[in-house]
Structures are given as C-alpha cells and as structure tokens.
Write a protein that binds this ligand. Sequence first.
Ligand SMILES: CC(C)(COP(=O)(O)OP(=O)(O)OC[C@H]1O[C@@H](n2cnc3c(N)ncnc32)[C@H](O)[C@@H]1OP(=O)(O)O)[C@@H](O)C(=O)NCCC(=O)NCCS
Length: 188
Amino acid sequence: MPEPVVLTGPRVTLRPWRLPDDLGPLSAINGDPEAMRHFLNTMDRAESDDWGRRIAADLDSRGWGFWAVDLPGAGMVGAVGIKPAPFEAEFTPAVEIGWRIATAFQRRGLAEEAARLALAYGFGPARLDRIVAWTPPANEPSWRLMEKLGMRRDRLFDHPRVPEGHPLRPHLLYGIDRAGWIASRLGA
Ligand SMILES: CC(C)(COP(=O)(O)OP(=O)(O)OC[C@H]1O[C@@H](n2cnc3c(N)ncnc32)[C@H](O)[C@@H]1OP(=O)(O)O)[C@@H](O)C(=O)NCCC(=O)NCCS
C-alpha cells in the first residue's frame, strides 16, 4: 500500500477518505438533484456508499485518485482528483480529472483550487503525460473549468455508459499534456 497522499492548497486539502464518516456528507452531494443534474441519476444512500467505498479503495491502492476535498470548518465538501478512465473508448486508456462540489460550496473557486492541486500531482509525482476530462455540452460549469485550467477541447464522443438516444450521451472530450500544463502555469 503506498503512503497516503495529502495535497494542501491555500483553502482546501485533498485527503484520503475517512470511512464511514465521509459517507453521510458524500451521500448528501450524490443525492442532490442540483449537484447531479448532468448525470443520468442521483444516487441513493446505498449507491453513494458503494461509490464512496470504491473511490476510497482506489485512492488507497494507488496513492492518487479521487480525493476527499476538505474545507476547514466545513469538513468534506466534495470529491476531486485524477484516476484511470472507467470505460473503453477511442481515447482510452487515459487518466481523467473529475470534480463534484456540494452545491452550497460552489462558485467559490474551490473546484479550481482542488483541480490545480490534482493536475500538479498528476504531472509531477505521478509522472503522467496527459490528463483528459469529459462532460455533456450542457454542463457549462464543468467545461468552463476545464478551459480555465488550460485544457483544450478535442471532440465530441458518445459516452459508452449512457444509453443510445439519451440526450446526455454526447460528451465533450478535453485534454491537457505536460507541456500545455506548464504553459498554462506560466500564463501562456
Ligand atoms: C463543475 C463544478 C465542480 C465547479 O465547481 P465550483 O467549485 O463551483 O467551481 P469554481 O468556483 O472553482 O469555478 C472555477 C471556474 O469554473 C467555471 N465555472 C464554475 N461554475 C460555473 C458556472 N455556474 N457557470 C459558468 N462557469 C462556471 C468558471 O470558469 C469558474 O471560473 P470563474 O469563477 O473565474 O468564472 C461544480 O459546478 C459541480 O460540482 N457541479 C456538479 C457536479 C458535476 O457536474 N461535475 C462534473 C461532472 S463532468
């Protein structure tokens, strides 16, 4: 088992999951129709607990993955991190960056801060060459965040886990490689 990785920014800390304590707040996010409006479904408590235990085990086994986003005074307010894409597509195998912040804590720059920590870990200690992300076109907060991080829009693809004909099936694919990440940090 690798050493647990904790990433600390000015406001948030990305830390390993504390089970079972984090499962309640995680379920509040995963069961919130507003936070989950660009997903196929909200999750009930059992589905959320299962997802939480899986991302926690995945993080523990590799050292990096989807971390718990901890905000001092508020506790666990989201999940942000990098992990291998969980399905096969033309662009896989690939490592994705993903984010989910509790509705009450959105628009405060927390996802951006957490994502920058995760990208730095990915291109630094994890030695990744490229990180991708995907989201439905209607999820403007998510793709705007990708663009703010310096990720470039690549193409539309059909998400293999969304049924054919469903309006959420087309997804935008974004990506950033190490050179692009360095350039974005230099403001290029
Ligand atoms: C996408 C999400 C993680 C953004 O989290 P957040 O903490 O609110 O984002 P930040 O405050 O760090 O915003 C960073 C940038 O993201 C973009 N952004 C975030 N929310 C936005 C919104 N409502 N509309 C447009 N752009 C938005 C902007 O570029 C913003 O920079 P700016 O504030 O300088 O304009 C959040 O909306 C969320 O959790 N959504 C629900 C879960 C989800 O859809 N996850 C993605 C699945 S693909």
